[in-house]
Design a protein. Structure first.
Length: 344
């Protein structure tokens, strides 16, 4: 699989022959990689098809898994798990899928990692949301049908237009968001923008801190740090770039309280970030987001387009072989249009 930036189109042409060879050879590892690659190259339907095939070949499909049959006599139990390899929680962008499937069932229970329970419960009031690893019992008089994210995507489809139509943004606590927004603006008629710039992942090509300082310095907005980790020196650099417009809210710790972090995201007019959990959460909430992508082969973000149907208000700005200062120019231009309400 070609991964040099100039070879993305060629990589796309090679997907189907490689996946076909993997299927014939029973090579589930290669088939899984083809699924990830297809997602990266904007082939969501192929990606899901190969992931579903891989699940069947490896025996990962449970006997009670939903196969598209009528659910009127069933309790649908949906299980989302934490995807440690990709650094994000599974199912963040799938609230609309759960809502549509739940409407077909006699009852629906969603089991998710504990930090996301309040978000899903607020977003899906007709669904009982439980913290993993809870065991969900069927409603009396009904049978149990199970589903995970892959099952829902396989049964309901992932055609881009259908994904967009189903998108249901996760709901942060509106009262907490409003209070945070008022505190951040402090009476100033300025947009409030969150930024996250650093990752502990060794394989990321990141702009240096002066890139972000120039953005903060040149943009008339209140900036709120969404950054985790020990980045005290970076924080000081950004504070010096705009002392009156730089906020570090120590009351919010995304690693401890995801629901409060979601409320913080809900207080913002826009987010500018590298790839991390916050980027996925902002996208799943429908917060206008600019995702800064390097030229390395990531599994989550498209390289042949600036958007993904799973996060309709996120736009991906790729480095695409440019110097980072040219990327900064594009970010500034895109941000102006985004704040004006244009999601071009």
């Amino acid at each position: 699989m070609a991964v040099v930036r100039q070879d993305w189109a060629d990589a796309r042409r090679r997907l189907i022959p490689l996946a076909t060879a993997a299927e014939r050879a029973g090579d589930t590892r290669l088939l899984a990689e083809m699924s990830f690659a297809a997602q990266r190259l904007g082939e969501d339907e192929k990606s899901n098809e190969w992931a579903a095939l891989n699940a069947r070949l490896t025996g990962a499909v449970a006997p009670a898994d939903w196969r598209g049959e009528n659910l009127a006599d069933a309790t649908l139990v949906v299980r989302f798990r934490e995807n440690e390899k990709q650094g994000k929680a599974e199912g963040l962008a799938m609230a609309g899928y759960v809502a549509e499937a739940a409407a077909q069932a006699a009852s629906c229970k969603l089991i998710s990692e504990e930090r996301l329970v309040p978000l899903f419960a607020r977003t899906l009031p007709g669904v009982e949301v439980l913290a993993y690893p809870a065991e969900a019992e069927a409603m009396p008089g009904t049978r149990t049908v199970t589903a995970g994210a892959l099952t829902l995507r396989t049964v309901m489809g992932v055609a881009p237009q259908k994904v967009l139509q189903r998108f249901l943004p996760l709901r942060a606590d509106p009262v907490v968001s409003a209070k945070l927004r008022d505190r951040y603006r402090a009476g100033r008629a300025l947009p409030v923008i969150g930024i996250s710039w650093w990752s502990s992942h060794f394989g990321k090509d990141l702009p240096d801190i002066e890139f972000w300082a120039n953005l903060v310095r040149s943009t008339e907005a209140v900036f709120v740090s969404l950054q985790y980790g020990d980045v005290a020196a970076d924080m000081e650099t950004l504070r010096r770039a705009a002392p009156e417009r730089w906020i570090v809210d120590s009351s919010v710790d995304q690693l401890v309280d995801m629901d409060l972090f979601a409320a913080q995201l809900g207080a913002l007019d826009a987010v500018i970030t590298i790839s991390n959990t916050g980027a996925h959460l902002a996208g799943a909430m429908g917060v206008p987001t600019l995702l800064v992508r390097d030229d390395l082969f990531r599994r989550q973000w498209p390289v042949l387009s600036d958007r993904t149907p799973w996060y309709p208000r996120t736009r991906v700005i790729g480095k695409d072989g440019r110097e980072w200062n040219l990327v900064l120019t594009e970010i500034s231009s895109r941000l102006d249009r985004m704040l004006a309400g244009a999601m071009d």
